[in-house]
Each structure stands twice: as C-alpha cells, then as structure tokens.
Design a protein around this ligand. Structure first.
Ligand code: GDP
Ligand code: CA
Length: 325
C-alpha cells in the first residue's frame, strides 16, 4: 500500500486532498496540518486550517466559500454582537461554534490537540489521518506599519495572522512573517513517524509561507522530509504570476520571494523538493526550475472540480515515480 504524506494549509490543501483521495483510493494518506493560523476567540480555540481539511473531506464544507460549514446560521455571533462582544470580523457560525466548543473542552480536560483532532475526525471520517503539525502553541504573526507609532523610520507592530488576513484583508504590506513559538515546538506524535514511513511527500498548492512554510518551521519536520529519501513533489499555488485565490503575494514579498511558480520552487529549494508542477500557462518556466535542480512539468493546475483535481494528484504521483526512477 502506498503511503503518502501531505503538508496542508486550509482551502488549497483541502481541495487538493479531495482530489488525491479519489486519485489514490487505496493509499494511506497522512495529512500534517498547519496550526500557525490558530486563534483564541470568545474563549474558544479555533483551528481554521485543520477544520477546513476536516470539513472539506468530511462533506461539511461551505463549497462556495471554501471554509466554514454548509447551511450555516449566525445566531450566536449576532447575540455576542448584541452584547458588544467581538471580534466581528471573524466569521464563526453556529455549527462551527460546536466544533470549537468540543475542542476547547477537550483541551481543558488535558487532551493534546492531536488527540482532539482525532476525536473530531471520528465524526467527520475524512478518509485520511489528520495530524496537527504540533501539539504546542505556534502563532503566526505579521509585522506591519503602525501609523500610531511614528518613530524615526516609522513604527511597526506585529499582528496575529488572522488579523492581517481576515480583518485587514492583507491590504497593507507585510514586512515579516514570524511563526511565534515554532522554534520551541515539537512535531505532534506520529508526524515524524509518518514521514519516515512514507513512499512520497506532497506539498499541495497551499500557501508556501504561512501554510507549508509554517509546518516546515517546526524543528525536525523539514529534516525528516529531506532524510526520508523519498520523492518530494509540490504543486504551485501561483499560476500566471498571481495566487489563484487569496493574497499569497503579500506574504511571499515579506520573505523576499517573487510571486512566480519558479520562485516558489526555488524558495523550497532542490535540497527539499525533487519535483514541481506548474500550470500550463507557466510552461515557459519549466526550464528555469529544472536548471535549479528540480524536475518540473507543466500541467493544468486549476482545481475547478474533483476530477480536474484528481488529475493534478495523478500528475504529482507520476512525477514522483519519475524522480524515484
Ligand atoms: P488557506 O490556509 O485557506 O489560505 O489555504 P492553503 O494555504 O492551503 O492554500 C492557499 C493557496 O491555494 C493560495 O495561495 C492559492 O493560490 C492556492 N489555490 C487555491 N485554489 C487553487 C487552484 O485551483 N489551483 C492552484 N494551483 N492553487 C490554488
Ligand atoms: Ca490557513
């Protein structure tokens, strides 16, 4: 049986996983999920990326939106707002609230996030093993200009990633992206074991900085992947020099990486990445990626439906076999 490990963020990761699951129905798929986006709201622990993967693969996702629950209502949020209790910029629906209540209750009872995630998945049956990258607290912060604090060179402040992404809609420049706590975090139980036992490691078209980059920032994970001696293949989230959705260009600039499929491949580097898929519109960059020591193919990379996404997954697995040979 083929054992596949996937490092996933939210929407891009989850949609790719749905295609992978249908392309490789007999494979054992372990997903290492990003928890740098996690945030405490209303006293509850919210794990947006883990939940997006769980709801998408479990059939509970709001399809059009890509995050949150289908058929959602917002009574709790409205009632909180009536008390003047925010934040109002983060969309938490009634159904979604239940997930966060269960999670927070279990954590308060002493269960690690990995055990809580397993318990939540017992309901959703995602068909993959979903592991948080770590049980420790990691919080991605983004450094932005602070107009209130005018120093000599202009003041700056760090905000939580969700505040940058959701409240500010990445409308201001990011000067740095810091996964606070990552350097002291340990991979969650099962993560290093799954990587060591894998036949192939895939990077879905997730955000290279705040999704895959955050997972790789947990000491031991990058090393385990490089040392596993198995093909590592990624799919570009950048198509035609722009993110397919979202504002990944903002956080790529913050780490000095151009918003091109080739630059993202070079950012991961040939020490980590063996193969890279770019979209057919970026076919002219295949040579540059290969010159950097990464096998590259141009194939359609738009996850327009499950069939198109499954074909992307097949191409990634094909490229993995090619670099293995
Ligand atoms: P997030 O945590 O919800 O932001 O999701 P991810 O980090 O997993 O994925 C976000 C990335 O997915 C963005 O940078 C998008 O460019 C990329 N993305 C979304 N849809 C598609 C698609 O259809 N094709 C490709 N190639 N990338 C996509
Ligand atoms: Ca995310």
């Amino acid at each position: 049986m083929q054992r596949i490990v996937v490092l996933a963020g939210g929407i891009g990761g989850a949609r790719f996983l749905r295609g992978l699951r249908s392309a490789a129905p007999d494979a054992e798929i372990t997903v290492v999920g990003n928890t740098g986006d996690d945030i405490h709201l209303f006293g509850l622990k919210v794990c947006p990326d883990l939940d997006t993967v769980m709801y998408t693969l479990g059939g509970g996702i709001h399809e059009g939106q890509g995050w949150g629950r289908a058929g959602e209502t917002f009574t709790v949020k409205e009632e909180l707002a009536a008390y003047g209790v925010g934040p109002e910029w983060f969309g938490l629906g009634d159904r979604d609230f239940a997930t966060h209540i269960v999670r927070t209750q279990m954590i308060a009872a002493g269960y690690p996030l990995s055990a809580v995630t397993e318990a939540l998945c017992a309901r959703w049956q995602p068909g993959v093993r979903l592991l948080p990258m770590t049980d420790d607290r990691v919080e991605t912060h983004v450094l932005i200009d602070d107009p209130e604090a005018q120093g000599e060179e202009g003041g700056r402040k760090a905000v939580h990633f969700q505040e940058y992404w959701v409240r500010l809609r990445a409308s201001v420049d990011a000067h740095a992206v810091v996964p606070v706590g990552a350097e002291a975090a340990k991979p969650a139980p099962g993560v290093l074991e799954a990587v060591a036992a894998s036949d192939v490691v895939l990077f879905p078209p997730s955000n290279p900085v705040v999704s895959v980059g955050t997972i790789l920032a947990v000491p031991g994970i990058r090393e385990a992947i490089a040392d596993a001696g198995v093909p590592v293949v990624g799919l570009s989230p950048i198509v035609g020099d722009a993110p397919v959705r979202g504002m990944a260009d903002k956080v790529l600039s913050a780490v000095g990486v151009e918003t091109t499929a080739a630059a993202v491949a070079a950012h991961y580097g040939s020490g980590l990445l063996d193969g890279w898929l770019v979209d057919t519109v970026d076919a002219d960059t295949v040579g540059a990626v290969e010159d950097a020591g990464i096998r590259c193919r141009a194939v359609p990379l738009m996850m327009s439906d499950e069939q198109a996404t499954a074909e992307m997954a097949r191409e990634a697995l094909r490229l993995a076999e090619e670099v293995r040979a």
